[in-house]
Design a protein around this ligand. Structure first.
Ligand code: CA
Length: 226
């Protein structure tokens, strides 16, 4: 399989270098742009599978890059926001960003977001269902089955399960799950994740005698075959 190409538009050199190394280590091809104008040019040049776009950039702001890029391209874009600003996130998502991540971020969380964005991009083409063991989640039909038997899930349970499956075999922190599934409109405690994990376990693992959702002590959760 050809490795996916990521464009990183980030003017903080140290951060850009660190992210570039990590992405390359994961097997992605990476190209960097240090300002908005160069970033837009490269992004429009095509050939990339995903763009990581800082908001505070010289020449052209990340928002402006995103607006101009969206006139011509549906490429997945993950915004890198400098602070935990709801305004930035809302504006970014309104302008057509697929996701955002707040600096400073853990590299594992960024990698999880990238996999999810790439996955939903390719999912639009082939609509392939997500699966682990006998569990199948069909995004388009909004349906979950175990050994062909229907399982009723609430919206949040479904979203949580989907995100776990998009990152199958990867340990996800509570914070990453909370951010991805509940988003920035969430106000409350990270133990919501634990509560919903319990719901999923009871409807899936317990009901069917499986062990798919695993706790990683002190870190978070992972979905994988026993
Ligand atoms: Ca910046």
């Amino acid at each position: 399989m050809m490795s996916e190409r990521i464009l990183l538009v980030e003017d903080e050199e140290k951060l850009a270098r660190m992210v570039e190394l990590e992405l390359k280590y994961e097997g992605y091809q990476v190209e960097k742009a240090m300002d908005g104008r160069q970033g837009l040019e490269l992004a429009l040049g095509g050939g990339f599978d995903l763009v990581l776009l800082d908001i505070m950039l010289p020449q052209l702001s990340g928002m402006e890059v995103l607006r101009r890029l969206r006139r011509e391209s549906k490429i997945p874009v993950i915004m890198l926001t400098a602070r935990d600003s709801v305004v930035d996130k809302v504006a970014g998502l309104d302008s057509g960003a697929d996701d955002y991540i707040t600096k400073p971020f853990a590299i594992e969380e960024l990698l999880a977001r990238i996999r999810a964005a790439l996955r939903s991009k390719s999912g639009q083409g082939n609509g392939g269902p997500l699966a682990v063991g006998p569990l199948v989640l069909d995004v388009e039909k909004h349906q979950v089955t175990v050994r062909g038997q229907n399982v009723e899930l609430t919206k949040k349970e479904f979203d949580l399960l989907r995100y776990l499956l998009e990152n199958k075999n990867r340990v996800l922190t509570r914070e990453a799950l909370l951010d991805a599934v509940w988003g920035f409109d969430f106000v409350g405690e990270t133990n919501s994740v634990d509560v919903y994990i319990r719901f999923l376990r009871s409807k899936l693992d317990d009901a069917f005698g499986l062990k798919l959702i695993h706790t990683v002590r002190g870190v978070g959760y992972v979905i994988k075959e026993e």
